[in-house]
Design a protein. Sequence first.
Length: 660
Amino acid sequence: MSEVALLTARAEQSEAEIRHLEEEIKRLQDPQRMLADGIISPELEKLRTENAKLQYQINHLKRSVATEKKRKPENMLSIGIIVEELFGLAVRHAYPDLDDIPVMIQGSSKFADYQCNSALVICAKLKAQGVKLPPKEIAQKIVASLPESEYFSKVEAAPNGFINIDLSKDYVSGQISSVLQKGPSPPNVGIKKRVVVDFSSPNIAKEMHVGHLRSTIIGESLCRLLEWVGHDVLRLNHLGDWGTQFGMLIAHLKDKFPNYLSVSPPIKDLQAFYKESKVRFDEDEAFKKRAYEAVVKLQNGDEAHLKGWNLICDVSRQEFQKVYKRLGVSITERGESFYQPLMGAIVKELEEKEHLVLEEGRKIMYIPGAPAPLTVVKSDGGFTYATSDLTAIKHRLHVEKGDWLLYVVDAGQNLHLQSIFDAGVIAGWYDPKQARVEHVMFGVVLGEDKKKFKTRSGEVIRLVDLLDEGVKRAEMKLVEKGRDKELTKEEMKKAMEAVAYGCIKYNDLSHNRNHEYVFSFDRMLDDRGNTAAYLLYAYTRIRSIARTAQVSPQQLKEAATKTKIVLDHPKEWKLAKCLLRFPEIILKCLDDLLIHTLCDFLYEVATTFSEFYDSCYCIEKDKSGKIVKVDMSRILLCEATASVIGAGFHILSITPVDKM
Ligand SMILES: NC(=[NH2+])NCCC[C@H](N)C(=O)O
């Protein structure tokens, strides 16, 4: 039976159930009948409750049918979710009188692929109502109510009330074939959303530091995840490109490069430039005055000052771009300056809606529950970080039409962002039940001394230096393994970069982002354990198996449609089931936006593969090393594994290499 036919059959079955329930309701609602049946009022009440419950059940079933019908055949099915849905139907069908029975499904146990534990909860509920039933009997009733399907080979009520569920080999084998033919396709996520992701967002004239590196890495990966499942993603770089610091920068620029308007100033080290101007600002009153004047001129749109501002921004931009290029990040610049012309209207709107109060010359907005109010207009009339974020949130919701906004920003800014989100609700810009607005926060990066990650002299570590160091260390590792003797110069360069950047990214992503983590090159480049180095090696090795077996890509393609995937060996079975959890993992990541779950999964795939490869021959060679037998089904299982890891790499923005 094809997948579509199966889904339709399931939908039809549910529809039949709906019809049946609707008839029942009609029957119950018929007053004539009730009279004829001699039903009197207390019983009528009971029936009314019954009626309401049935109505609830119908609605639920209707929703399930609708989801089933929406599921496109190209979506990879999430087996865990199917098990949950089917057992949900069965439980509700078996015990329509009981409300909110959790459908408790557990992953593989010693006895089965899945286990349903709902019977025990039902048993307790019934007991509370004075009904005593053995759990096994309840479990049997659930099993009997399970819709017919091709997914399971065994569904059995154990004496203790657990229901043991085994997946059908044919079903799993068919799914692996489908992965081979179509690739691991994304699961169904329902309605496409417009997602605005604010990430990276460094500040002009200041160095991009490891905090920004985290935001950049996590943000890029989340965007890839969202795009992969089909959402419409707008990637925004909320650059810190506006503010009073530009006054001193421009004043210093004018002094140091008086002809900056005609000759592009050769600022190589903008950070040093920033420091110089800061020293002058702090020590020289006359300079300070000129800096203030420069800010006013810049804010009033004076052309020369705008030009100076742009020149400074450009120096930073080029630096940032170098990092983005190396890390394969794509992002649209939309810095704080973009919102400047729109801020006046926002302040006006908030004033008109009476959300602002005047205190000591400042216009502030109180947010219930927040420890401090937002300063929207300073006493000198200037705008703040909060003003730009208020303007940005409205713009993202109303102009960009975002229905899901993400802010990938360090945890230290949580109070600020939470206040901005609340302010947006207070201002009536969105309904939190409709739009998802979230702070995707992350902890700080620590050095190996467990203190804030800094250079020996206590300076912020420059990202470019960090990337360079990574490449150098990756090269050392490859040379240690003698890879430089086997790879061409070009291949070596590719491998070095893939390993270095892959490890830096993976190291970040594989830690729960809510926690801080220790930055250690030694650990991230270790090819044992849950690291990109290990996964990259595993992937390259898996990809080389077909090549070693002398099976061409064309032959693989043909075999994918013709060869049945045999899953008789326990390690084949384990691997295949593991691969099919991919869509579930993706759905989980979309739900809590914690990418480390995907990393853990890929690591599990790689280790499960390793177990399989150690105990299942894919190729048999004779004593002379000549290939005498190729097990095509197993070669295909290798390919399916590689394609799942490959899809994971894509989301994590890790570049695999053919040779390393
Ligand atoms: N919409 C935002 N506030 N995004 C985050 C901006 C981060 C800020 N530029 C910083 O470096 O701390």
